[in-house]
Ligand binder design. Structure first.
Ligand code: SAH
Length: 216
C-alpha cells in the first residue's frame, strides 16, 4: 500500500474517532508523516500511534496532534509558539493554520533534523530555536497561541506570561490524583480560565539543555 492510501485511511480513522475540524484534517493531509519518522518505522508512519524519534523522544500520536491542534482554535493571522519541536511534525501541521510558528527544542540534533524537514517541505513560516522552551521566546512575545508538547509538572508561569489577552495555551500537565491531562488555558481580562480536555502521555518537559551524556 502506498503512503497516500495509508494517509487517507488514517484521516478516515481520525474522523471516526471524533476529529471533525476540517481545517485540521486538511492540514494533516498536507504533511507527509513518513518524513518525520525514522527509517525503521516507515511502514508505521500512518498508524495512529506515537513512535520513537531518537534522543529518547517520541513523535506524538496523530490523534493527539489532531485534537490538540483543534483545541488551539487557530486563525490564519496568528503567531504561535510551540515548546518541544521533536520531529517537527506537530509544527508542520500548525504552520498550515497560522501566520508564523516559533518552535523550541532542547536537543540540538532533533532541532536540526526538524529544520531540514521544514526546508525540504518549503515551510517558510517556521522558526526553530535550540533552547529551554520553559523560558519561552521573550523577544517574540506575546503569542496568540502556545502549545507545549512535553508534560509539565507545574504550570509554566513564564510561558503563560507570554500569552496575549484572549490567547489560548494547550499543554499536558499532571493533575493531582488524576494523572496526566491535556489542559486548555485561556487568558481573559479577568484572569486565566482552565479546562481539562483529555488524557495524555507525553514525555516530560525538562529544564535546561541536555548534558553530553543525555544527548547520546
Ligand atoms: N511535537 C513533537 C513531539 C514532542 S516530544 C512532534 O511533533 O514530534 C517532546 C519534545 O519536547 C522532545 O523532543 C523533548 O526533547 C522536548 N523538550 C522537553 N523539554 C523541553 C524544554 N524544556 N524545552 C524545549 N524542548 C523540550
Amino acid at each position: 500500500m502506498n503512503g497516500d492510501v495509508r494517509k487517507i485511511r488514517l484521516l478516515m480513522e481520525l474522523r471516526k474517532q471524533g476529529v471533525s475540524d476540517t481545517g485540521v484534517l486538511s492540514a494533516m493531509e498536507r504533511v507527509p508523516r513518513e518524513l518525520f519518522v525514522p527509517e525503521a518505522f516507515q511502514d508505521q508512519a500512518y498508524e495512529n500511534i506515537a513512535l520513537p524519534i531518537g534522543a529518547g523522544q517520541t513523535i506524538s500520536q496523530p490523534q493527539i496532534v489532531a485534537e490538540m491542534t483543534a483545541a488551539l482554535e487557530l486563525a490564519p493571522r496568528q503567531k504561535v509558539l510551540e515548546v518541544g519541536t521533536g520531529s517537527g511534525y506537530q509544527a508542520a501541521v500548525l504552520s498550515h493554520l497560522c501566520r508564523r510558528l516559533y518552535t523550541i527544542e532542547r536537543h540540538r540534533t532533533l532541532a536540526e533534523e526538524a529544520e531540514q524537514r521544514f526546508a525540504e517541505l518549503r515551510l517558510g513560516n517556521i522558526v526553530v530555536q535550540v533552547g529551554d522552551g520553559g523560558e519561552g521566546w521573550p523577544v517574540q512575545a506575546p503569542f496568540d497561541r502556545i502549545i507545549v508538547t512535553a508534560q509539565a509538572e507545574m504550570l509554566p508561569e513564564t510561558l503563560l506570561s507570554q500569552l496575549r489577552e484572549d490567547g489560548v495555551m494547550i499543554l499536558p500537565i499532571v493533575e493531582k490524583g488524576r494523572g496526566q491531562k491535556v489542559v486548555r488555558l485561556r487568558r481573559t481580562a479577568a484572569g486565566v480560565e482552565r479546562e481539562t480536555l483529555m488524557d495524555a502521555r507525553f514525555v516530560p518537559l525538562l529544564n535546561g539543555l541536555p548534558s553530553q551524556a543525555e544527548s547520546n
